[in-house]
Structures are given as C-alpha cells and as structure tokens.
Design a protein around this ligand. Structure first.
Ligand code: SF4
Length: 435
C-alpha cells in the first residue's frame, strides 16, 4: 500500500515555500500526499518561533496530528525545531526533529520502515550554515502564484528577533539558478512569482550581485507573468528597484515593508537600520514614482521601550502615511534575545490595547485605499472559485477583487473594473469586451 504523508506549516511565507519543497521530496519518494486533516503514515510539521504563540501552535498541531493518526511517524522541522529541539522531542509521539541545515535531507534521516522507536534529534549549529536549501513552490492544485525562495537567513541583529539564531546568516541562490527555477515555475503555468526570503532585499550580499540584478534577469524571461517581492527592508528599497518597478509592467505595484515602530527611540532599541525620517523618505520616493502603489507595513506593538508617549508618536506617524494595510504583531518575549534585558517592558494589557488600535487604523486605511482605486480597470490574477458563486484574485497593487464566477476564469490575468465595495470586499465588473 502506498504510504501517505501530510504536512502542516506555521509562520511565514518562506516556511510555506520550504514545506512545498519537502512535500515534493515525499512525492518523489513514492508517498501519497494527503490533507493534514486525513489519517497519514508520516506527519511533518514545519514550525515557526517568531512569537511564543507560534511555539504553542506547534505543540497543538503535533498533538492534533497524533490524535488523528496515533501511529504516524512525526517529523518536526523549522525555526522552533532548531531552537527548541529537546522541548519538541519531549512531546509524546514525536519521532524526528531536524534543524535548519538538516531539514532538506529529511529522506536521509527518516526511518525507512517508519518504526516509532523514540525521538531522534538531528540539529547542527546554524553559525556555519552556508548552503542554500532551494525552494520554489505553491500549494498543490493552485497554479496561480508561486513563492520562489531566493534568499535565506539574516545578518542583521534586531534585538527582538530569533530568526538569525534559527536560520543563520544571510545567503542567496545564484542568479542563474534562480532564473532556472523561475523558468520551471512559468513552465508549470504559474502567472505570478513572489520572491521570498528572510531578508529578500539582502539578496546577493557578499557577492557582486544585488536584488536589482536579479530582478533585471528575471524580467528577461518569456511568458505571461508578473512578479512581486514578498517583503523588503526600508533601507534596502533602493531607487533602482523603485524605478524598475515604475517602468516595468511585470513588476507589481506593491511593496510590503517592515517598519516595526514609528518611534525613533524604539527603533534604536530594536537595532533597526533606519529611522522614521528615512522610512518616510522611502515611502515618499515610492509614491512619487508609483502613485498607485499598495504599501503594506509590518508593525510590532508593545516592544520594550514603547512607553505611552512613544506609542502615541508612533501612531501619529502611521496615521500620516498613505499605506494600504498593516500587519500588526504583538511583541512577545523570546528566549535568548537582547530585548529581554531592555528597560520599560510593556504590560500585556497595553500591548493588547495598542494592537487593537493599529488593527482599526489598518482597516480604515485599507478601505480608503480601496475607495481610491474604484473606477479603475486593473489586471486581476483570478484564483479559485469560492463557495459563494464568485471568483477572486489580486490586482498588482494588492486589492482583492471578487467577480461572479464563470468557468474558465481560473488562473487568468484579466482586466477588471473595480466597481464598488460591499461588506469590505471590492466587487469587480468586466470592462466591455474583455472576455
Ligand atoms: S531584519 Fe531583523 S527582524 Fe528581520 S529577520 Fe533580520 S534580524 Fe530578524
């Protein structure tokens, strides 16, 4: 009987991309990949350690999988596996915990008979991880958007962050190999490539190449596709990248930029590499070159040093920025980070209140951005039909637009007129003679 494998991913897009690569390894080895909610012989959980909630989630999913498939061989990989291997291995039923370097050799470590004989931990040091584990993938059955991993690890040392500890230093795929992967993705019929990594803007660090060079090479590819950068640090968003995006029809007019705090004092405590003036200047440069750019911003609330007055400054700073949406994270203490020793820790109830305030601001800004786009006709990459008789997809500047479903629209990049907002959703109409 064919053996079955199921997967669950926590955390960032990069983790999803890497799970897809691991999934392919199982398929190549003859496993049937089944849904995580089905019984299976191997369960692989790809963990995240960014917040303590992510750690708790990992434990929850491991236990859930074991309830469903008590005899399944359980493999745990990802950032938590690297940082807290012993803790994860001590959960009843876990068989294999693999570190950052080891996860891409899962087939070598998996007991071929899938015999459960107590946990095995294979976790090396990340300090000397130099190799680049490739990943280019999307969910099975989804042929619209593919996440292409171009970079891994980070050389920065933000005081709150465990990612460099879990993933090691910055390293990238070569331009040639990335172009090869991208060509493979387009040959499979994908219409959008999202360049992913921990610190994508740092692509090529330590080499003669930069992210800009990579974009130039990728834009040379033939095909009907568009490209998006998953996220870019403000200090790495160069004028060249902005100009290229403004000039190219294939680059999406959308940037997701981590700000983390709108208070300079907090940014210093976080050891971020810019201040609010520089951030604002980058946003202005973006909007001057690309007036309809959809801008997403990451913010962490409740970091050490974020006093009431500093949060108010940060809030006002954000109110003035014409962004499309915020991703709001609530600070949580992570072991082995320098932020633990910083003064002015913020009470949990204040963290919750501030998070709520910023989420409300995000909703208002999103609505204002959507409103500003109504009446325009933009290319929408249509995905899968929903249960409500509609099909939806994103514009280049990241507005989700829903339309009445018609067969044959899946995975097509089509011009749609953004007509109105209904219950927070932008409804589209076909411009005359577009189909
Ligand atoms: S830039 Fe800072 S927050 Fe982002 S991964 Fe690197 S250390 Fe972490």
């Amino acid at each position: 009987m064919t053996r079955r494998a199921s997967f669950h991913t926590l955390g960032c897009k990069l983790n999803y991309t890497e799970t897809a690569t691991l999934r392919e390894q199982f398929t190549d080895a003859g496993f049937d990949v089944v849904d995580f909610h089905e019984e299976s012989d191997v369960v692989l959980i790809n963990t995240c350690s960014v917040t303590n909630k992510a750690d708790a989630e990992a434990r929850k999913y491991i236990r859930q999988a074991l309830r469903r498939s008590p005899h399944a061989y359980v493999v745990v990989v990802g950032c938590s596996a690297q940082l807290r291997a012993e803790e994860l291995a001590s959960i009843d039923g876990v068989d294999l915990v693999l570190g950052t370097r080891e996860k891409f050799r899962v087939m070598d470590y998996l007991d071929s008979s899938l015999r459960k004989q107590g946990p095995r931990i294979v976790v090396g040091e990340v300090d000397d991880v130099a190799e680049f584990g490739p990943a280019a993938a999307a969910d099975p059955g989804d042929r619209t958007r593919a996440f292409l991993k171009v970079q891994d690890g980070c050389d920065y040392s933000c005081s709150f962050c465990t990612i460099p500890l879990a993933r090691g230093g910055s390293r990238s795929e070569s331009i040639e190999r990335t172009v090869e992967h991208a060509r493979g993705i387009l040959d499979q019929g994908f219409k959008e490539i999202v360049l992913s990594g921990v610190n994508v803007g740092d692509f090529g660090a330590g080499t003669e190449h930069s992210l800009y060079d990579l974009l130039l090479a990728l834009l040379e590819l033939d095909g009907d596709f568009r490209m998006r950068i998953s996220s870019i640090e403000p200090n790495l968003l160069t004028d060249d990248i902005i100009r290229l995006t403004a000039e190219s029809d294939r680059m999406c007019n959308h940037f997701h930029i981590p700000l983390q705090s709108g208070s300079d004092a907090v940014l210093r405590a976080m050891r971020r590499r810019y201040n609010t003036r520089r951030f604002r200047e980058r946003i202005d440069a973006l909007l001057t070159a690309i007036p309809d750019c959809g801008i997403g911003i990451d913010v962490i609330v409740g970091s050490p040093g974020e006093t009431d007055a500093r949060f108010e400054d940060a809030y006002r700073f954000l109110v003035d920025i014409p962004f499309e949406y915020l991703h709001v994270f609530t600070y949580s203490e992570r072991p082995d980070t320098d932020a633990l020793d910083l003064p002015d820790q913020v009470a949990p109830e204040d963290r919750t209140k501030r998070s709520r305030m910023l989420r409300t601001l995000s909703q208002k800004k999103r609505r204002a951005f959507y409103q500003s786009q109504l009446g325009r006709t933009l290319d929408v990459l249509l995905e899968k039909p929903g249960d409500d008789g509609t099909i939806s997809g994103f514009t280049g500047n990241y507005v989700r637009v829903a339309l009445p479903y018609q067969p044959g629209l899946e995975n097509r990049l089509l011009p749609v007129r953004l007509d109105r907002i209904e219950r927070g959703v932008v409804r589209g109409e076909w411009p005359t003679a577009s189909l």
